[in-house]
Unconditional design. Structure first.
Ligand code: SF4
Ligand code: SF4
Length: 204
């Protein structure tokens, strides 16, 4: 084959391959997209599709926190900083600091397992990006609050009772492997309030 024939064969192959490539590209103009733009075009929030026990960003319901420090002690890398003191006159426990450093947190769940009321719990929220390490320290207390104390009978405050129900459902779910579907939450029985762990003092 002569040089001219080889040249024109390569030329024809180049043109054919260009049209092959362009045909694939052009076909995507009329296809439905495979991807979905996140997050504003999702049909439902991703967070709402996650299991109840998903280990997302931690939250604390201070209304049902007994100040027992169990979570603080359980954290293997000291993400949690809680300061409590006992009011000698009222014998109440006052919590003046409850911080969680999300920059250090490894979402292991060890802090939420021993919580007697489910006050500290993971959420399905995972969007935690921020601009500084300092802003990743979640401070749950602005002013000192009195720690929750379990009542002898039913909890009279409806809002607190609802939090306790949620918290105890969360605690129960930890003990039930396989019940990690959102539907299991709706079907979960109303749980009783767990006994409050004695408070040994502010030291770890
Ligand atoms: S999830 Fe783990 S690392 Fe994060 S605060 Fe709880 S115990 Fe600590
Ligand atoms: S009640 Fe729960 S959140 Fe509060 S200090 Fe105890 S373990 Fe932590």
């Amino acid at each position: 084959m002569g040089a001219a024939a080889t040249y024109f064969r390569h030329l024809r192959e180049a043109v054919v391959s260009i049209f092959d490539g362009m045909a694939v590209s052009a076909s995507h103009l009329i296809r439905r997209p495979y991807t979905i733009q996140y997050p504003d075009r999702m049909p439902v929030r991703v967070q709402d599709t996650l299991p109840f026990r998903y280990r997302g960003i931690l939250d604390v319901d201070l209304e049902i926190c007994t100040g027992c420090l169990a979570c603080d002690r359980a954290c293997p890398i000291d993400c949690i900083a809680i300061a409590i003191e006992k009011n000698a006159a009222t014998r109440e426990i006052v919590i003046s600091q409850f911080d969680i450093d999300l920059a250090k947190c490894m979402y292991c769940g060890l802090c939420s397992e021993p919580c007697p009321t489910g006050a500290i719990h993971h959420t399905t929220e995972f969007e935690g990006a921020d601009f500084s390490l300092e802003s990743l320290i979640r401070r749950f207390i602005a002013e000192p609050v009195v720690a929750y104390k379990a009542k002898k009978g039913a909890e009279p405050d409806v809002a607190v009772a609802d939090l306790l129900t949620r918290g105890m459902t969360y605690v129960d779910e930890w003990a039930q492997p396989g019940s990690d579907k959102p539907a299991a939450v709706a079907a979960a029985p109303q749980a009783a309030v767990a006994p409050v762990v004695p408070v040994p003092g502010p030291g770890k």
